[in-house]
Design a binder for this molecule. Structure first.
Ligand code: NIG
Ligand code: FE
Length: 399
């Protein structure tokens, strides 16, 4: 479609030359054009400028954006959006005093979702997930990473990834997929974790690669789940297939997961609620993006990743939702951005950069997403009438 957006109050994140990522002080700057126009044709950003220099144009569908802002869509680089059923009972258990780890130890948590998913057909799984995808698209997300990890058998892990691939075919949104077989040890391997990791390495990985179902590999590195040593084994194997890691580390414990991930050239290290000075230093000078998930902290009442400290150390930071049935049943990037400002002390500029350019980097989408740049995908959203872009995180809970 040949589309012209006119009278845009402020066109946000305009970059003639788009950087791959933004670090430290660079994150404080959010370039914009006031009273602007934007031309998108065949799904690609063609040109933009200010209304006083609007070229002679005809044959377009035009949209009047008076009083509204236009932004590149959110890049949500960490979700578990494909899942079956929900876990409201665990939510109530937590209100009544149990912790996330106590619920998992009682057989709840990830293995609870895995049991539901194994009993759900691929079609039903797809339908349930499509509802969530449509919802996040309405909330402004245009690129999203989706993990497996609620299958925990070869068949069910593949079922999840196939459902994610089918979503990618059927919706105008960019989807990257991540194989997270090492999300939890399934009950049948309770006394034989090594056996489960061998199954992941010897059966799941080759099958998933053969069907081209995953772009990345992930592991939940945490006490009671998988160790740093497990991570070394899995990531070494995954590297043979060219799968780059995006990993769950430091959610409840700082245990060397970041250092191991960096050694394996991880694209991102995600969660980071428990972060030491040494952890921060080990990320300096690497190509690994730290990713914070503040709506997970909000929902299960755990500390927030120290985003302020990460950025002040000169590092980049991305923001994502972690949309999943256990720790974050929400895929709302607008709320994530508000929380990043309110609880992690990011400025609106830093939070928007973290949710666009840096989120795109954490999915290898820097060339096509994350900014208003000529030649990038025309994936943008138009806001309601708003006074300024700072109003977006300020008006928390409003989309
Ligand atoms: O990122 N921490 C591990 N995985 C998910 C939660 C999984 C679940 O509780 O279902 C997360 O928070
Ligand atoms: Fe997660």
């Amino acid at each position: 479609m040949n589309l012209l957006l006119l009278n845009i109050k402020e066109l946000i994140q305009v970059r003639d030359e788009a950087p791959e990522l933004l670090s430290g002080n660079e994150m404080k700057i959010l370039p914009t054009l006031k009273n602007a126009w934007l031309h998108i044709d065949k799904g690609v950003i063609q040109d933009y400028g200010t209304m006083d220099k609007l070229p002679e144009l005809s044959g377009f569908k035009t949209i009047d954006c008076t009083d509204r802002m236009v932004l590149p869509t959110w890049c949500d680089s960490h979700t578990h959006l494909v899942y079956a059923g929900n876990r409201e009972q665990e939510f109530v258990d937590r209100i009544n005093g149990l912790s996330y780890q106590e619920i998992a130890a009682r057989g709840g948590g990830i293995v609870n979702s895995a049991k539901r998913l194994q009993e759900t057909s691929e079609d039903a799984l797809y339908e349930q997930s499509a509802v969530r995808l449509k919802e996040i698209m309405k909330l402004g997300t245009g690129a999203v990473e989706i993990k497996s990890g609620y299958g925990l058998t070869t068949e069910s892990e593949m079922k999840m990834l196939r459902a994610a691939k089918k979503l990618a075919q059927n919706f105008p949104v960019t989807i990257k997929t991540t194989f997270l077989g090492a999300h939890a040890v399934p009950p049948e391997f309770k006394e034989n974790k090594r056996g489960y990791i061998d199954l992941i390495c010897e059966e799941m990985l080759p099958e998933i690669v053969r069907e081209n179902l995953a772009d990345y590999v992930d592991i939940f590195c945490e006490n009671g789940y998988f160790s740093v040593e497990d991570m070394h084994q899995l990531l070494t194997e995954a590297a043979k297939y060219g799968l780059r890691p995006k990993v769950h580390v430091n959610q409840f414990t700082s245990m060397g997961g970041i250092q191991a991930a960096v050694k394996h050239n991880a694209l991102s290290v995600d969660h980071l609620e428990e972060l030491t000075q040494e952890d921060i230093e080990s990320l300096e000078g690497t190509t690994t993006m730290p990713v914070a998930l503040p709506s997970c902290s909000f929902f299960i009442n755990i500390p927030y990743a120290q985003g302020r400290k990460i950025i002040d150390a000169g590092l980049p930071l991305a923001l994502a939702t972690d949309y999943n049935p256990g720790s974050t049943p929400s895929g709302n990037m607008n709320f994530v951005i508000s929380l990043a400002c309110i609880r992690m002390r990011l400025t609106p500029e830093e939070a928007i950069n973290a949710a666009t350019i840096n989120g795109a980097y954490a999915m290898d989408l820097s060339k096509t997403h994350g900014s208003i740049t000529r030649g990038k995908t025309g994936s943008v959203f138009i806001t309601k009438p708003v006074p300024s872009y700072g109003f977006l995180p300020y008006a928390f809970g409003s989309n």
